[in-house]
Design a protein around this ligand. Structure first.
Ligand code: ZN
Length: 276
């Protein structure tokens, strides 16, 4: 089989109420998050099944065990499950021991559900402490998807970069962990959710334009690339936004040689997945 001209990864951060439980959110905020597992995720999973699309779900341990019907449906649909903390922790605020404990607990819970070690990690809020990704590598993950130093080319994560005003920058060494880069414009949350960096509640057409332009550029100019979208069920799963997903998939199918893939399988095929 020939290599796809462009691989597209649809990824979903299934935060549900994990973050709100940790922060002690009030009922309305919690209910906004609960829309994800109750309405958004089933709606998205039906769409993916209808279209025969694989995807990757970054799922906090709390979501995994609190919404077992969702978990079961994601696994049954053939989608990839990957780590997103337990209570959607901000890793930049955790000690090394706390971070390790969260990674191990989440990794083991995912392995219990799927019968295999999860390959992927994405930091909640894309927030990391300087040593977090070294820990992610040490705890057996094979790729991360939280950094932004690229767009459609996965790259190796460096560990131990040092930046000081006095001495400037000394680059660390590349490890085995592979980075699948992300970006705010390719994430539904900053466009749509009230209180987010861009103000939220954007018109779906504006977001569709950004996503399809990224798609067309990558398809035309970056053959062999991997384009990654980040979405949240409580956000993209709203009725007026599902059309963005539908039309994006339609646009991708209108171009030759585009393949949708789970991140673990896409990286494996590219020979980019870190060894166990
Ligand atoms: Zn998240």
């Amino acid at each position: 089989m020939s290599e796809p001209r462009l691989t597209v990864a649809l990824t979903f951060d299934h935060d549900a109420i994990s973050d709100g439980v940790r922060r002690g959110d009030t009922p309305v905020k919690l209910s906004h998050a609960e829309f994800g597992p109750r309405v958004g995720a089933p709606r998205i999973l039906s769409f993916l099944a209808r279209e025969g699309l694989p995807s990757t779900w970054f799922i906090p341990g709390h979501t995994l065990v609190t919404f077992p019907d969702n978990t079961e449906a994601i696994v049954a649909g053939g989608h990839e499950l990957a780590c997103h903390g337990w209570y959607h922790e901000d890793f930049s605020e955790l000690t090394r021991d706390e971070a390790r404990a969260v990674l191990e607990r989440s990794r083991d819970a995912l392995a219990t559900v799927t019968g295999a070690q999860p390959a992927g990690f994405r930091a909640p809020y894309w927030a990391l402490a300087p040593g977090t990704l070294a820990l992610v590598e040490e705890t057996g993950f094979r790729y991360d998807s939280s950094l932004m130093a690229g767009d459609v080319r996965p790259y190796r994560v460096r560990h131990g970069d040092r930046h000081t005003v006095a001495d400037g920058t000394t680059w660390g060494r590349e490890g085995h962990l592979v980075e699948v880069p992300v970006y705010w414009a390719l994430d539904d949350w900053p466009h749509f959710e009230p209180g987010s960096a861009r103000g939220g509640l954007a018109a779906p057409s504006a977001v569709l334009e950004i996503w399809t332009e990224e798609l067309r550029w990558a398809w035309q100019h970056e053959p062999g690339g991997l384009l990654t979208l980040t979405m949240h069920p409580e956000c993209i799963g709203r009725a007026h936004r599902m059309g963005v997903l539908e039309r994006f998939v339609e646009a991708a199918r209108g171009l030759d040689g585009i393949e949708f893939a789970r991140l673990d399988r896409a990286l494996e095929r590219m020979g980019a997945l870190a060894p166990r």
